[in-house]
Design a protein around this ligand. Structure first.
Ligand code: GCB
Length: 606
C-alpha cells in the first residue's frame, strides 16, 4: 500500500481528528466577539505528562479531555482543572506567580463558557498571541496547533462547539529551541502564556477574511487620490459581489471575486485628507460581501523613497523615534491593553517622536490601533533576531509563516510604514539569501510599504563602515551601534567617521547606554543617569554628521526584563537602557533627547 493510502486508512479508522492549521484574519478586532479573557484554570506541566505517556507516545486520554474523577473509576485521575489555581488571560504567567518567573515549559489552561450557536455561521477562536507553541482543544476535540509567540491566529471551532456549556483547553509551551524563531539567545524575557486577548468570533459561512486597502503612490503629487487593493472572501467562488464604501467621502466601489475568492479594488476618491502624524485622520470604511460586512477605521497615506529621502505623502520626513518593547509600564510583563499602548506611545509623543520602532517582534493590534489614532509612524519587526539556523528550510518556513501572519493581520494600519525583516544578524551568505528571500516575499505581499532591517556595522580605526550585502535587499537601511557603551566612551563618538556603502535612506535603529533611574554621579561614571545623558549628547552630535540620516530610534523607551542582565542592585534582571524606568521614572537622557526632538536640532529639517 502506498504511504498516502496507509495514512488515509489510519486516519479513517483510528478516530484521530486532524487539527486544522489556523488561519490569518485582517480586522479580527472589528468583529462582534464573545470575549474569553478572564481567569483560566492552569496546571504547570514541566514534563508534558498531560500530553505524553510514560513511553512518550501522544495520549488519547490527555488532559485536554478535562476529565472529572468518578467514584466508580478503577484508576486515578491525576489532574483537575476545577481545583487548579487560576491565571489571568491575557497575561504572561511569569509575572503572575513568583514560582513561574523563570519557568520555561508547558502550562495547561482551561476555561468554561456558554455558547449559543447561530445558524449559517462559522466560529473561530481568535488568539491574539500565545508564546511560543500552543495546542487547542474545544470540548476535548483538537482544533489547532500554532507556532510563533507574537502573532494572532484563528482556529475554526465550529464543529467542536455545542449549545450550552462548553470548555476550551490549551497547552502553551514556551520552551526555547535552536530551530525556533526567535532562537535560543535573545535579550528579552521569554514570557510564556496566552499573552494577548482571546475571543470567539462568529462570521457568516461565506465571509471576508482578509483585505488590503491603501492609497497608491503618486511620486509627490497629492491632488489625485486612488485607493487600491483587494478583498478576499473565504468560501466565495468566482463572480461574488464585493463593495467598499467610505461614506464621509461619498465614495463607493463595487467589484467581483475571481476564482480564488479575491476581488480587486481600485477607485478614485475626492477630497481625501491624508493620514499623517500632524493629522491622523481615520475614515470609517465599510466592506461588504454576501451577507458579511466589516466596519473599519482606516487612514490613507503614501510612503516611498527618492534617493536618500523618505517621503510621507510625497514630502520628505525625518523620523524622530524611539524603540519600544511590548513590556507593560509599571507592572512589568507582556503589554496587551489599550492603557499599556497609550502609556507607551504617550511617552513617545511627550519625547517629541513622530515615529517608533516596535521591537523585536510584531506587537499587538491594540498597539497599532493606538498608533493609528495618535499619529505615530511605525517600524514593525519580524522576530528574525541574531543567529537563527539560516541553513534550515524549516526555520525559513517558520520565519515566513510569522511574516505572513504579521502582514496579514496588520496590513491595514496607516501607522506602519516599514516592515523590518531582521535584527543584528551575522553577515554570512546563507543569512543574506535567507533574509533576501524573506524581503522578496514581504514585497510580494505588500508593495505599498518599505522594507528594512537593523544591520551591524564594522570598524576600521575610527571609521564605521556599513557594507553588509543585505543592504541591497532593503529600501531603507537600519543599523545599530553602541559607541560609548559597548565600545569606547561617550567622547569616542566625536572622532567617529561614517562610511555608508549605499545611497539609500538610513535610520539608526539603536544606540544607547544603561542607567539606573535615581543613580547619580559623574558624566563618565557608568550606570549613572549622567553617563547615559552624556552618551546621548555625543551620539546626537555624531549622527547629525551622517548626510543620509533620515531617522533614529534609540534604545529604548522603557527598561525591560532580560535574564541576561544580572548586576545586583543595578540591573536585577532588567535591561536598564530605558529613557524611562519600568516604574515610569524619566531619566536625564529622556530630556536630552526631548530637547533635540522638540527643537529639531537632530536630523535634516523637514
Ligand atoms: C542590541 C539588540 C537589543 C538589545 C540591545 C542591548 O543591539 O538589538 O535587542 O537589547 O542591543 O541592550 O544590548
Amino acid at each position: 500500500m502506498k504511504r498516502s493510502f496507509a495514512l488515509f486508512f489510519f486516519v479513517l479508522f483510528s478516530g484521530i481528528a486532524i487539527a486544522q492549521t489556523p488561519i490569518v484574519f485582517t480586522g479580527a478586532d472589528r468583529r462582534p466577539a464573545q470575549s474569553l479573557n478572564g481567569e483560566w484554570a492552569s496546571i504547570v506541566d514541566p514534563y508534558f505528562s498531560g500530553l505524553y505517556t510514560f513511553h512518550h507516545e501522544e495520549r488519547k486520554d490527555g488532559w485536554f479531555l478535562n476529565r472529572k474523577a468518578r467514584p466508580e473509576d478503577t484508576f486515578p485521575t491525576e489532574y483537575d482543572f476545577d481545583t487548579a489555581p487560576k491565571l489571568k488571560v491575557p497575561g504572561d504567567w511569569n509575572t503572575q506567580r513568583a514560582s513561574l518567573l523563570f519557568y520555561e515549559g508547558p502550562v495547561w489552561y482551561e476555561r468554561n463558557f456558554t455558547y449559543q450557536p447561530k445558524e449559517h455561521s462559522r466560529v473561530f477562536l481568535h488568539v491574539g498571541a500565545a508564546n511560543y507553541r500552543s495546542f487547542w482543544w474545544v470540548n476535548g476535540e483538537k482544533t489547532c496547533e500554532h507556532e510563533g509567540g507574537y502573532t494572532a491566529f484563528n482556529c475554526d471551532v465550529t464543529s467542536a462547539l455545542h449549545a450550552g456549556d462548553n470548555f476550551v483547553v490549551a497547552a502553551v509551551d514556551n520552551t526555547r529551541s535552536e530551530d525556533n524563531v526567535p532562537t535560543l539567545q535573545t535579550d528579552w524575557w521569554n514570557y510564556g502564556g496566552i499573552t494577548r486577548e482571546i475571543s470567539l468570533i462568529t462570521v457568516p459561512n461565506i465571509f471576508i477574511d482578509r483585505y488590503d486597502l491603501h492609497l497608491i503612490r503618486t511620486e509627490g503629487r497629492t491632488e489625485d487620490s486612488v485607493i487600491e487593493g483587494w478583498v478576499h472572501v473565504m468560501g466565495a467562488g468566482a463572480g461574488s459581489p464585493v463593495e467598499v464604501e467610505i461614506p464621509e467621502l461619498h465614495a463607493k466601489t463595487e467589484s467581483t471575486t475571481d476564482a480564488n475568492g479575491r476581488a480587486a479594488i481600485h477607485f478614485a476618491v475626492r477630497g481625501l485628507e491624508r493620514w499623517s502624524p500632524e493629522s491622523p485622520k481615520l475614515y470609517a470604511v465599510k466592506l461588504r460581501a454576501e451577507s458579511d460586512s466589516i466596519d473599519e477605521a482606516m487612514g490613507f497615506r503614501t510612503i516611498e523613497t527618492r534617493g536618500s529621502e523618505i517621503l510621507l505623502n510625497g514630502k520628505p520626513i525625518f523620523l524622530r523615534g524611539v524603540s519600544i518593547h511590548a513590556e507593560a509600564p509599571y507592572r512589568t510583563g507582556r503589554a496587551w491593553s489599550d492603557k499599556d499602548a497609550e502609556t507607551l506611545l504617550g511617552w513617545a509623543k511627550e519625547l517629541g517622536c513622530n515615529y517608533v520602532r516596535l521591537a523585536h517582534y510584531p506587537h499587538d493590534e491594540t498597539m497599532l490601533r493606538a498608533a493609528d489614532r495618535m499619529g505615530i509612524l511605525v517600524w514593525s519587526e519580524n522576530p528574525v533576531y541574531w543567529a537563527l539556523d539560516y541553513n534550515s528550510p524549516e526555520v525559513y518556513a517558520k520565519a515566513q509563516q510569522q511574516l505572513d501572519e504579521e502582514i496579514g493581520t496588520l496590513r491595514n494600519h496607516a501607522s506602519i510604514i516599514l516592515w523590518s525583516m531582521a535584527n543584528e544578524t551575522p553577515n554570512t551568505e546563507v543569512r543574506t539569501e535567507f533574509i533576501t528571500r524573506l524581503a522578496e516575499h514581504a514585497r510580494e505581499l505588500d508593495g505599498s510599504r518599505l522594507i528594512t532591517a537593523a544591520l551591524l556595522v564594522r570598524s576600521q580605526g575610527h571609521t564605521k563602515i556599513l557594507d553588509d550585502p543585505l543592504g541591497k535587499a532593503l529600501d531603507v537601511l537600519g543599523f545599530n551601534e553602541y559607541i560609548g557603551w559597548y565600545e569606547g566612551n561617550p567622547e569616542t563618538a566625536d572622532v567617529t567617521q561614517w562610511n555608508i556603502g549605499y545611497n539609500k535612506p538610513l535610520i539608526v535603529s539603536e544606540f544607547g547606554a544603561g542607567a539606573k533611574a535615581g543613580l547619580h554621579g559623574g558624566a563618565n561614571q557608568r550606570w549613572t543617569e549622567e553617563y547615559q545623558a552624556n552618551v546621548f549628547r555625543h551620539q546626537l552630535a555624531m549622527l547629525n554628521r551622517i548626510p543620509q540620516l533620515r531617522g533614529m530610534s534609540p534604545w529604548v523607551l522603557m527598561d525591560f526584563r532580560s535574564p541576561n542582565r544580572t548586576l545586583t542592585g543595578i540591573q536585577d534582571e532588567f535591561n536598564r537602557k530605558g529613557l524611562i524606568s519600568d516604574q515610569g521614572v524619566k531619566k536625564q537622557a529622556f530630556f536630552v533627547l526631548q530637547k533635540a526632538y522638540r527643537e529639531h536640532s537632530v536630523g535634516k529639517a523637514e
